[in-house]
Ligand binder design. Structure first.
Ligand SMILES: Cc1ncc(COP(=O)(O)O)c(C=O)c1O
Length: 387
């Protein structure tokens, strides 16, 4: 049986921080990943929710190839019409036509910049975040992440953060009452934490409270965004507007791209934010291919259709306790730890799934163009394994 063992042993020269499956993917197409022996895996996890339009989507490969033939990189010191094109398409498709785009390279970097902007704009430094949250591993993003195990001594005693329970209106009111908070940061749906989400009522209360108490609302849509829940961003089912939205993962379908959508009331000035690689030509080509494909293939509709069919099927499996999440960001909860089940799905059925902070929850984040036929073997495998 494949075990979660480290294969990057010291002698390889790699700094060994990842428990890895002993699998070596060499090719991938759509929802399939192939190892060096040609063995096919069904990828329902997309390398932590990154693969949005499917592995090696033809438009993605074509856009990046064509861009590479022209120019792969130049820094942000010159005109880059491809950035304008990406910003324009995002404005049209995201439901945030007035927000402005800052491009960076990862989720943590997007949150780092979002928090900095909130502090620049309000002149304040306290932040409210939520229990169970994950926002990344750089200094500010880590400080608002509810996991002290990830902090080094250098990360301690950073700016003040108050962690409150999701959906606790009283705690939110209390935390914001002194008007000393620059931002509240919240995930559209918690990913690493285990698929808990703000209710529609709480989202509305949160947006309103932030306005009243002069704090900015930062929506971390790094995992839950880009059509994954059927809406462009997960929070949009609640019909609230965020001041700042952070994006990464599915935005580049594997190419490292991060982004921050910023309310125009927050003023840009030279040098306020910056990055060497962010928004480079290849990253933008990848981002444009993703947005084009989301639209052309009506992926939000596909997400809802496949999700509804899968959920109906999963509901027939009696030992599933709960199905959390929305669209194709789902957590299947059992009343026992899923570690063995997850390994069996991988070893016996060649299906990649994910875990979370909740040991009883199996997480799935498949490409948004997965079909019902492609995803159903997952339900069948669960039935076989759990009978
Ligand atoms: C909600 C959320 N925010 C931020 C991050 C950090 O993103 P990255 O690993 O690209 O820095 C993640 C990564 O899992 C995430 O799920």
């Amino acid at each position: 049986m494949t075990t979660l063992k480290g294969v990057n042993k010291k002698e390889t020269g790699l700094f060994n921080v990842y428990p890895r499956f002993d699998i070596t993917p060499v090719k991938a197409k759509g929802v399939s990943v192939f190892d060096e022996n040609g063995k096919e895996y069904l990828d329902l996890y997309g390398g932590h929710g990154v693969i949005s339009i499917g592995h090696s989507h033809p438009e993605y490969v074509d856009q990046i190839n064509r861009q590479l033939q022209k120019i792969g990189f130049y820094s942000n010191s010159v005109n880059m019409p491809i950035q304008d094109e990406l910003a324009q398409k995002l404005a049209e498709q995201s439901g945030y036509p007035e927000h402005q785009l800052f491009l960076c390279n990862s989720g943590a970097e997007a949150n780092e910049n979002a928090l900095k902007l909130a502090s620049f704009h309000t002149g304040k430094k306290k932040v409210v975040s939520f229990k169970g949250s994950f926002h990344g591993r750089t200094a500010a993003a880590l400080n608002v992440t509810d996991n002290t195990k990830l902090s080094a001594p250098i990360n301690k005693d950073n700016f003040e953060v108050e962690f409150i329970e999701l959906n606790d209106k009283k705690a939110l009111t209390e935390a914001l009452k002194n008007k000393d908070v620059c931002a509240v940061i919240v995930e559209g749906i918690q990913g690493v934490g285990g698929l808990d989400a703000p209710s529609e009522e709480f989202f509305n209360f949160l947006a309103q409270s932030c306005k009243e108490q002069e704090a900015l609302l930062i929506l971390d849509e790094i995992q839950s965004g880009y059509g994954r829940t059927g809406h462009f961003f997960a929070h949009q089912y609640a019909n609230v507007q965020a001041d700042i939205i952070t994006m990464a993962k599915g935005m580049g379908n594997g190419f490292p791209v991060g982004g921050v959508l910023i309310d125009p009331k927050i003023e840009a000035s030279n040098g306020l934010l910056g990055t060497t690689f962010g928004g480079n030509h290849l990253a933008c080509a990848a981002g444009i291919a993703v947005l084009n494909t989301l639209k052309k293939e009506s992926l939000s509709e596909n997400v809802m259709q496949v999700s509804n069919t899968l959920i109906s099927e999963l509901k027939t499996i009696s030992c599933i306790k709960n199905i959390k999440g929305k669209g194709l960001m789902l957590g299947v909860e059992f009343d026992f730890p899923i570690k063995e089940l997850r390994l069996k799905l991988l070893n016996d059925y060649q299906i990649f799934t994910g875990a979370s902070a909740n040991p009883n929850l199996l997480r799935i984040l498949p490409p948004l163009n997965v079909t019902t036929e492609e995803i159903m073997p997952f339900a069948q495998a669960l039935k076989n394994l759990l009978k």
